[in-house]
Design a protein around this ligand. Structure first.
Ligand code: AMP
Ligand code: MG
Length: 421
């Protein structure tokens, strides 16, 4: 099962990304209850169907009053008002507040008609005479004091949330406040993963001579879950091309996206490379990036396929550069990448023109700026530096180096503890 003889084409990262996103167009939205909305891509603009708060209410426990009544007290002496009713949260006053009157009111209760301010309960002395309870106020109250106007938070017809955003717990609160109990969101792509290599054993197995533990598969599963994917099968197989081809074909049946690890280089024993002819619809390509140059990509049988090279740093970088954006685009997120941050470079970094380099860096905050330092040797087979790293620093295609002290962009993988900005 020899692979085709023609050398795979080399693409600029931006071109590869364009092709990937073209193949990973947003899938039709689905409707979910709020309970399942967090972390999903919102696929509709949400317009406030009513004012928030829906009615004028008090922000404090106190006395609902007519502020004009309290102005007479400015010259000195208390204003004494007749307390005619008590309004608790969830209740509505039975009548308006008239001149010389007050109503006891609890936080969140609707302000009665006639009243335009609330005197905090701390500023009120309560007593009673033959005519019933009375409230004495020692100083004037401004119109609107302690009153939350209807629509002060959000007005009916205003845009509450825009399509494409990742729904946060606080977005869930806003949707609930507006009575939006279900939303349209992007479906989670079902993803299957396959790790290839005769040398690989799982984390729980003893190391026989020549073997290493498969660290990429569990990392990939974790990255997939973090990107909103539903991870189905996650398998390991050896370097037999027939076995690899059968596994890919089977995984394509039950998943929207299949991702393999390893076996896409130029070597004679690279099984994914050899399996592709029998699967069909996938090509090898080289992307001008480091690490992660040799890859396979395609849309076999209406699904998506990514063949990642086997080195741990390659998996990390190709995932961030191409796979995450694809998975996020499928879901309909407007933001496809990790958060970007401008940093200063603590050590010079070299690259090659025409190639995008990713450097695993740690971040620290010094004198009002973020500084990026390589998180260890940039050896693509190493696992520890990427655990240590906070971010991937991007050396753009047109740059041959970034000098010490120059600024650069990073993709943040996780925030340093004690982070500041
Ligand atoms: P390959 O792309 O298959 O030639 O693999 C390149 C390097 O990555 C080799 O040193 C492999 O042993 C290593 N490698 C491949 N797959 C994995 C994996 N799943 N976990 C850890 N290392 C791997
Ligand atoms: Mg291999």
């Amino acid at each position: 099962m020899a692979s085709t003889g023609a050398a795979p084409e080399t693409l600029a990262l931006a071109v590869a990304r364009e092709r990937v996103l073209e193949a990973a167009r947003p899938r039709p939205a689905e409707r979910v209850p709020l309970r399942e909305a967090r972390g999903r891509a919102l696929r509709e603009d949400v317009i406030a169907p009513h004012d928030l708060p829906p009615f004028r209410n008090t922000s404090m426990d106190g006395m609902a009053i007519r502020s004009a009544d309290t102005r007479v007290g400015r010259a000195g002496g208390n204003v004494v008002l007749r307390v005619v009713e008590t309004i608790r949260a969830g209740q509505v006053a039975s009548r308006p507040v008239g001149p010389g009157e007050a109503m006891r009111i609890m936080t969140g209760a609707p302000l009665p008609e006639g009243a335009d301010a609330v005197a905090p309960i701390e500023d009120v002395v309560l007593d009673s005479d033959g005519g019933g309870p009375r409230a004495s106020l020692g100083r004037p109250v401004e119109p609107g004091a302690n009153v939350r106007a209807a629509g002060a938070d959000l007005k009916a017809g205003e845009r509450a949330l825009s399509r494409g955003r990742e729904i946060s717990p606080h977005d869930v609160a806003l949707l609930a406040a507006l009575g939006v109990a279900e939303v349209h969101v992007g479906p989670r792509p079902r993803v299957a993963a396959l790790s290839t290599g005769d040398e690989l054993v799982p984390a729980w197995a003893p190391l026989r001579p020549g073997a290493i533990r498969d660290s990429n598969l569990p990392m990939l599963v974790a990255l997939l879950e973090e990107s909103g994917a539903l991870v189905g099968e996650a398998l390991r197989c050896g370097d037999d091309p027939g076995e690899v081809a059968d596994a890919i074909v089977r995984l394509l049946e039950g998943a929207d996206v299949v991702i393999t690890i390893g076996g896409v280089s130029a070597g004679d024993f690279d099984p994914v490379k050899q399996a592709l002819d029998s699967v069909g619809g996938i090509s090898l390509w080289r992307v001008a990036m480091k690490p992660g140059r040799p890859q396979a990509f395609g849309s076999p049988r209406g699904k998506l396929f990514f063949g990642l090279p086997g080195n741990p740093a390659s998996v990390t970088c190709v995932f961030e550069a191409l796979v995450r954006p694809a998975l996020r685009n499928l879901q309909g997120f407007s933001e496809l990448d990790r958060p970007r941050l401008a940093v200063r470079v603590a050590e010079a970094m070299e690259s090659r023109p025409g190639r995008t380099d990713f450097v695993r860096v740690s971040l620290d905050w010094r004198e009002g700026e973020w500084w990026a330092t390589p998180a260890g040797p940039q050896v693509s087979g190493h696992v520890a530096p990427q655990s240590r790293a906070h971010a991937l620093l991007v050396v753009p295609e047109e740059r041959v180096a970034i000098e010490r002290g120059e600024s650069a962009q990073v993709l943040v993988l996780r925030w340093p503890s004690g982070a500041r900005s």
